[in-house]
Design a protein around this ligand. Structure first.
Ligand code: ATR
Length: 281
């Protein structure tokens, strides 16, 4: 049942940088839905109590962002397979007296990838994933769920890549960060999930000349929109998928759950968020 005027939230700490309100409010307006989407800044030590109070305040659900995505797993009553595989929840809804958690990051990544590279097939593919944090987990989980054959996880802290291998199993290979330029032969998909290349962070130093021509290159960084990695890939003739597409698509399932309408990721929405990124970074 959809409430007459449903209210959803995004909770994080800090929360000012979040583009989720812009995205969800755009859809509310586009579909003439009388609903609200609000930002909630909640500090980690206050999170458990404040989170459960949101239902009493009339919210039907919302997004959970940094640093609460893992912690919230203990506060929800049910999680779906993706949330459990990733080990984090980014979308919740209140259903009766239960809190249901899911994770739409992998969905957002894959949907964007398929839109940008319709020819790319996940089944039996070989991927290289740079990074081993929460974002890498979401990417790895969805690629494995869609039958990728091999994923090389390459991370500065090799132990974290080994944790991923332990969690996800034998289709994961671990590589040292220093080897990142040498492991690209035979790769169908290269994904940067590290924060390198983001405005204000160090560069991602990467030589992709040995990447096969058919390989698709994705970067989860969306500020700048075209990272140095994506720029080099585009110049080398690779199909590319940027981080903004993932950000927009991961929002789709949440909006549908809370507001009862499956929204579309349009060029107009993308333009709106790009303008906001340009004004605020
Ligand atoms: P997220 O949840 O968004 O993935 P995270 O858990 O902080 O964020 O992970 C950030 C990733 O960027 C990690 O893989 C991190 O590598 P470490 O595990 O070694 O910390 C990677 N990263 C951050 N700064 C880096 C740097 N200067 N060089 C190489 N990798 C870096």
């Amino acid at each position: 049942m959809t409430l007459k005027s449903p209210k959803a939230f995004v909770v994080g700490w800090p929360i000012d940088h979040s583009r989720s309100p812009l995205i969800h409010r755009y859809w509310l307006k586009t579909y003439h839905i009388k609903g609200e989407y609000k930002k909630k800044a909640i500090a980690p030590d206050k999170f458990a109590k404040a989170f459960l109070k949101l239902r009493d305040k009339g919210y039907c659900g919302g997004n959970i962002t940094i640093p609460h995505k893992v912690r919230v797993m203990d506060l929800v009553d049910e999680t779906d397979v993706m949330a459990r595989k990733i080990g984090a929840v980014n979308t919740i809804h209140f259903s009766g007296d239960k809190v249901i958690g899911t994770n739409t990051d992998g969905y957002g990544f894959l949907t964007n990838l398929q839109n940008c590279a319709p020819h790319w097939i996940c089944r039996n593919s070989h991927a290289v994933v740079l990074g081993a944090g929460g974002a890498a987990r979401a990417v790895v989980a969805i690629l494995l769920a869609r039958d990728a054959q091999k994923i090389i996880v390459c991370n500065r802290t090799v132990e974290k890549a080994m944790d991923l291998q332990k969690h996800f199993g034998s289709r994961i290979e671990v590589q040292h960060w220093e080897k990142r330029n040498e492991i690209l032969a035979g790769t169908d998909l290269l994904v940067n999930t590290t924060s390198l290349g983001m405005i204000g962070k160090p560069r991602l130093e990467m030589d992709i000349n040995s990447l096969p021509a058919k390989a698709v290159v994705a970067d989860l960084v969306y500020s700048p929109l075209e990272t140095r990695l994506l720029h080099a890939a585009r110049k080398n003739g690779h199909t590319i998928a940027d981080g903004l597409g993932m950000l927009l698509h991961q929002a789709v399932p949440g909006f549908e759950i809370w507001f009862g309408k499956r929204p579309e990721v349009t060029d107009e929405l993308r333009k709106l968020v790009v303008e906001d990124l340009e004004n605020r970074t």
